[in-house]
Each structure stands twice: as structure tokens, then as C-alpha cells.
Design a protein around this ligand. Structure first.
Ligand code: HEC
Ligand code: HEC
Ligand code: HEC
Ligand code: HEC
Length: 211
């Protein structure tokens, strides 16, 4: 299979677009930089136990995050430095309303392969190891007086700490090297396709291979 330079360029473009996807997922009246959310609004999740991750740039100067409510009841934020709000939730199957100040959105917990109602999109999130490194498994982190600061995502080598390169080649039937940028295809904090894929498989492969 040939890989034309134009194709390589489009990979870079796709990767950039996909990397940006986490932000607009939360789009509503607020400006792009104001807030991002995982899981995204109207996500149908197959597991009710997940980390809610909220980022509100308007609190970046040390302002305190407004309280979180889950189905109308207040829920504590964990000790993360602004602009991040993080909370571990465990929700029963059904619809739930999450709200941070005036911003509110719904998620749905579905059971097994139960079909997802119209207007909702099946979304999954990567497990976050509660007892281990948590965010630090994949992010640069630093503790500070106001709580844990979560920085950029680490390189794919962090992924390979848990998913070995051998496992990679078996699962993907593909050499690792051109697919090192895992988040080109996988959305860790919310992806609509099975195996945490951001787009249908064919679209992802078509970026580099003629179909
Ligand atoms: C399994 C790996 C993994 C774990 C664990 C993880 N993240 Fe991430 N996170 C990523 C990757 C990769 C990205 C890059 C965005 C993308 O393309 O999906 C990201 C993106 C983000 C973003 C969006 C950044 C932006 O600028 O929009 C935030 C916020 C975030 N993570 C917070 C957290 C917090 C808080 C935790 C712990 C509670 C956490 N992450 C745990 C892999 C992880
Ligand atoms: C070109 C897109 C693409 C890239 C880039 C990619 N993957 Fe995947 N990944 C897939 C597809 C497609 C599957 C589903 C394979 C299947 O089920 O047959 C998958 C499946 C997986 C699975 C198993 C999912 C499951 O359900 O068990 C893991 C783990 C995984 N990928 C990790 C990685 C890691 C780590 C990287 C980066 C080093 C990466 N992937 C890069 C497309 C990609
Ligand atoms: C701390 C260990 C750890 C790290 C680091 C890690 N993963 Fe995972 N990953 C897991 C575990 C555990 C599972 C769940 C496996 C299962 O359920 O069988 C998983 C599942 C997955 C799946 C399949 C999810 C699904 O729903 O099918 C994909 C894809 C994946 N990881 C990709 C990545 C990528 C990409 C990175 C790096 C950004 C990464 N992982 C980093 C431990 C890790
Ligand atoms: C980022 C660009 C890129 C993406 C995306 C990509 N590939 Fe590839 N693929 C390559 C390159 C480059 C090679 C040649 C690698 C080599 O020979 O070392 C290759 C080789 C292959 C081969 C031949 C493997 C071998 O062992 O010789 C197959 C089959 C293949 N890709 C299928 C896929 C499928 C299926 C997908 C989607 C899940 C995909 N590729 C996504 C770049 C890509």
C-alpha cells in the first residue's frame, strides 16, 4: 500500500481536527475556551461509573469552580486545581442531569446493548484507574497548593505502559509506527464508536489508504 505525501498531510490535518474535537463537544452558548466536558452532552454511556471532567477557563485565575449538582443534588468536586473540576460519579441506568452553575447537560446510562434513543449518541470513556496513577497515567501532572494540576497528555509511550506494543500489533494487525498518534483514532474522554473510536473505522483508514 502506497502512502502519498498528500495523504500524510491529510493525516496531520485529521489528527489536528480530531484533537480539537474534545472542545466543541461541549459547545453551547459559551465560547470555545470557556468550558469542556467529559462525558459530552447527550452521551449514552454503557457504564454509570465514570469520572466527570469539567474545565472552565473562566476560573483559570484561581476563581473557585461553581458547585456541581447531579440530578438536582449537590456533589463535591475533588481536589483539582482550577480550571478543572473532577468528580467520580456512579449513576444508575436512565437519564441524568448534570449542572455546574448555569451550565447544564444530560447524559444517559444504558444497559448492555440496549438501543440508544434518537438524539443521543453512544459514547464511551476510557477507564481511569482509581487506585493507581489516575490522570498521571496519561497526563503530565503536578501538585500545587490549590490541588492537582493536570497538563498535556503524554506521548503514546504512556499508553504502551498498559497496552503493550505486541498487544497493539495483534489488535490492529498493523505496524505501530504510522499509528503512534493514538488519539488520532481513539477518544479517551468520550468517543461515539466501539473501541473508543472517534469515527467509523473505514474513515480512519481512508485517511492514509485508498479504499
Ligand atoms: C488513559 C489515558 C488518560 C487518562 C487516564 C486521563 N486522560 Fe485526560 N486526556 C487523554 C488524552 C489522550 C487527551 C487528549 C485529547 C484527545 O484527543 O482525546 C486527554 C485530554 C484531556 C483534557 C482536555 C484537554 C483540552 O485541552 O481540551 C482534559 C481536561 C483532561 N484530559 C483531563 C483529565 C483528568 C482530570 C484526568 C484524571 C481524572 C484524565 N484526563 C485522565 C488521556 C487520558
Ligand atoms: C488508525 C486508527 C487507530 C490508531 C491510530 C490507533 N488505533 Fe487502537 N484501534 C483501532 C481500531 C479500528 C480498533 C478496533 C480493532 C478491532 O476491534 O478489530 C482499535 C482497538 C484498540 C484497542 C482494543 C479495544 C478493545 O475493544 O479491546 C486498544 C487497547 C487500542 N486500540 C489501543 C491503541 C493504542 C495504545 C494506540 C496508539 C499507540 C492506538 N490504539 C492507535 C484504530 C486505531
Ligand atoms: C493505567 C493503564 C492504562 C493506560 C496508561 C492506558 N490504558 Fe487503555 N485501557 C486500560 C484498561 C484497564 C482498559 C480496559 C480493558 C478492558 O476493559 O478489557 C483499557 C481499554 C482501552 C481501550 C478499549 C476501550 C473499549 O471500550 O473498548 C482503548 C481503545 C484504549 N484503552 C486505548 C488507550 C490509549 C490510546 C491510551 C493512551 C492515551 C491508553 N489506553 C492508556 C488501561 C490503560
Ligand atoms: C497514519 C496513516 C495510516 C493510517 C491511519 C492507517 N494506516 Fe495502514 N499503513 C500505513 C503505513 C505507512 C503502512 C506501511 C507500514 C510499513 O510497511 O511499515 C501501512 C500498512 C498497512 C497494511 C499492510 C500491513 C503490513 O503488515 O504490511 C494494512 C493491511 C493496513 N495498513 C491497513 C490499515 C487499516 C485497516 C487501517 C485502519 C484501521 C489503517 N491501515 C490505517 C499508514 C496508515
Amino acid at each position: 500500500m502506497m502512502l502519498a505525501p498528500r495523504r500524510l498531510l491529510s493525516v496531520v490535518v485529521l489528527a489536528t481536527l480530531l484533537a480539537a474535537q474534545f472542545r466543541p463537544a461541549a459547545c453551547d452558548e459559551s465560547s470555545e475556551t470557556r468550558s469542556t466536558v467529559s462525558p459530552p452532552p447527550r452521551a449514552a454511556l454503557s457504564d454509570g461509573a465514570f469520572h466527570l471532567i469539567y474545565r472552565d477557563e473562566s476560573t483559570a485565575n484561581g476563581a473557585v469552580l461553581v458547585p456541581l449538582t447531579v440530578d438536582g443534588r449537590s456533589h463535591a468536586w475533588e481536589g483539582f486545581a482550577s480550571p478543572l473540576g473532577v468528580a467520580q460519579l456512579e449513576l444508575a441506568p436512565g437519564k441524568h442531569r448534570l449542572a455546574v452553575g448555569e451550565r447544564s447537560w444530560e447524559v444517559l446510562v444504558v444497559e448492555g446493548d440496549e438501543p440508544v434513543p434518537e438524539g443521543w449518541h453512544r459514547a464511551a470513556v476510557h477507564a481511569i484507574d482509581e487506585d493507581g496513577d489516575r490522570c498521571a497515567a496519561c497526563h503530565e501532572t503536578q501538585s500545587s497548593a490549590s490541588g492537582l494540576v493536570v497538563g498535556e497528555a503524554k506521548s503514546y509511550k504512556a499508553c504502551l505502559e498498559c497496552h503493550s506494543a505486541i498487544e497493539f500489533e495483534v489488535i490492529h494487525s498493523h505496524p505501530l509506527e504510522p499509528l503512534e498518534h493514538c488519539q488520532m483514532c481513539h477518544g479517551i474522554h468520550g468517543a461515539p464508536e466501539p473501541a473508543l473510536l472517534k469515527l467509523p473505522v473505514k474513515k480512519l483508514c481512508d485517511e492514509c489508504h485508498e479504499s
